[in-house]
Design a protein. Structure first.
Length: 194
């Protein structure tokens, strides 16, 4: 298939149609499709785009599709990828709204059992990208304290320290300081070598 716009649409359409559990559950599937299967971008770049997508307001899966589509084909690519992500869910919800009432879904034992069966799979789909991201971000036993501490602080429900925006800003500041420190050391080493 030569048309990258169509490939983007169909790839994200498949991702949107067969992933339950929201954006985090989609990450491992998106990574497999974008990085491993199609080889459109490298893993490091995917993780950078994932960080950008997470920092934007809105639905994570749509944000990822937009940034990947934009990276590959600009505005038109982001539109194709976003439509591919949104369309399956929209059509499923539309079909449910037309053919099933809330009482039918709630009181139907088959539907209830299906959703109970899906729950453990969704947990696994959420854990998989966390482990992959941790490995790619080079988190080891020495640095694991940072994400664990942040997760516990957010989970604490204490109003001042449980706001995730604080940690996004602190992470950006910390990354900038680390980059500048690294750059100064590199410049100092080059000056010493000269």
């Amino acid at each position: 298939m030569n048309n990258l716009y169509l490939q983007l649409f169909l790839t994200f359409c498949k991702i949107g149609a067969f992933t339950f559990g929201g954006g985090w559950a989609m990450i491992s599937i998106i990574q497999r499709e974008i990085v491993e299967r199609h080889r459109w971008i490298e893993l490091d770049e995917f993780l950078d785009l994932l960080a950008v997508a997470q920092s934007m307001p809105g639905i994570l899966a749509v944000n990822i599709s937009v940034v990947v589509g934009d990276r590959l084909k600009g505005l038109k690519g982001s539109i194709c990828a976003a439509l591919g992500t949104i369309l399956p869910s929209f059509l499923m919800i539309l079909a449910i709204a037309i053919f099933l009432t809330p009482d039918t879904i709630k009181n139907n034992p088959i539907v209830s059992r299906i959703f109970k069966g899906i729950r453990p799979a969704v947990v696994a789909l959420i854990i998989a990208p966390v482990l992959t991201t941790a490995k790619a971000a080079r988190i080891n036993w020495k640095t694991v304290i940072i994400p664990v501490a942040v997760a516990l602080l957010i989970y604490s429900k204490i109003p001042v320290i449980s706001n995730p925006i604080i940690y996004i800003v602190l992470g950006a500041i910390g990354g900038y300081i680390y980059y500048m420190h690294d750059l100064m050391n590199k410049n100092r080493k080059e000056a010493d070598d000269a």
